[in-house]
Structures are given as structure tokens and as C-alpha cells.
Design a protein around this ligand. Sequence first.
Ligand code: ITT
Length: 201
Amino acid sequence: MKLYCATTNSGKLREFQMALQDSFQVESLPDLASIPPCEETGTTFEENAIQKALYYSKHCDRGLDQESYLFVDDSGLAVDALGGAPGVYSARFAGPNATDAANNQLLLDRMRGVSDRTARFVCVVALAESGRLERSFRAEVAGRITTAPQGTNGFGYDPLFFYEPFECTFGQAPLNRKIEVSHRSRALQAMREYLNQPRTR
Ligand code: ITT
């Protein structure tokens, strides 16, 4: 089965393709660059994921394969000592169009002197077809925030996210190891199991 995805984040796209490569052909929605970006006005990952999935899947019925779903992910970092921030604002923590480096620096500034450094990455994957929501899938992975960036793998907050079982940050772990345990791959695994079940459409 072919699955279309819609994301403007190349780090996510790489992980989608890696995590699903054994089961599905994952392709970026054709003409994504010409579609105005979806506004994300929700206050939860679920709301934003569903908003994006419904928006982009409406563009999916123009000449694409009949039996194709589109999925998106809305994800972010929730830091306990910051009351769950940056949360749904993770991509724009340091302002609209903020770079990963600026977001990471702001997070380090906010966490200076804070002893409780527990955090989690959260991902909600929403699956839709022609403007109709099929289902959404949520997953998390727990870690803690370092006091300086470590590693250059991955994207976003990966260099600041220490994952105890690996004894290193996601920025230091090879991508294939992150993909075994991450919030994104767990949510995608739930979607894979759902799509592999017999169902009526
Ligand atoms: P799309 O909406 O186009 O998919 P986006 O980057 O704006 O791209 P989100 O609104 O879901 O996506 O924001 C996700 C942000 O959360 C992302 O930019 C990172 O800052 C952070 N994030 C999510 N997953 C991450 C991961 O696996 N590693 C590091 N940072 C992550």
C-alpha cells in the first residue's frame, strides 16, 4: 500500500520513511510546496494533527491512487518543570520560523538551574482520506533535558534529549536506534497495525 504524508520538516520525513519502509511505500504529498501551509491553531497535539490531516488530505483526491491514505504527525517536547512547554509550540518556541538552534538555546535558558529535568517527546499521527479522519495514534517517549547540546544526529531537540536506556542523547544515537524507540516510530507502529487489520472502508 502507498501512503502519502504531508510535512514541511525533512527530519520527520526521513523518519517516516525509515520507520515504515518494511510495510509501506511512503511518499510526500505531490505539490506539497504549492499548497499554503496548514495553520495550527489547536492547543493539543491531537487537535493539530487532525487539523493538518483533514486539510492536506483534501488535496489527496486530485488524481492520486484510489486506495491511498494520507497521514501527518503533530509532535513536540513536553518538559515537566515548564508545565508541559514548549508542547504544541515546540517548532516555534523561540518565535515564528525559529531555527532548531534558537529553540534549543531558549530551552537551555529556561532550564538553567532547574533540577527536575524530566521531559517527554509526544507524537500524534493522524490518518485521513479525502477530508475524512480515519483515526489518530498517540505515543510518547520519556527522557531528560541535558545542560548542553550533545550530538548532531536527528533534528529539533534531539541533542538535548537524554534517553536513559541508550545512555546518550537522541542527537548522539544513530537514527536507526532512535527509530526503534521514539514517540514517532511508536505512533507509526500503531498506525501500521491498524492498517494491516482487515477492515471495511
Ligand atoms: P509539520 O507540521 O510540517 O509536520 P513542524 O516541524 O512544524 O512540521 P510540528 O508542528 O509537529 O511540526 O512541530 C514539531 C516540533 O517538535 C519539531 O519542529 C521539533 O522542534 C520538535 N520535535 C518533534 N519530534 C521531534 C524529534 O523526534 N526530535 C526532536 N525534536 C522533535
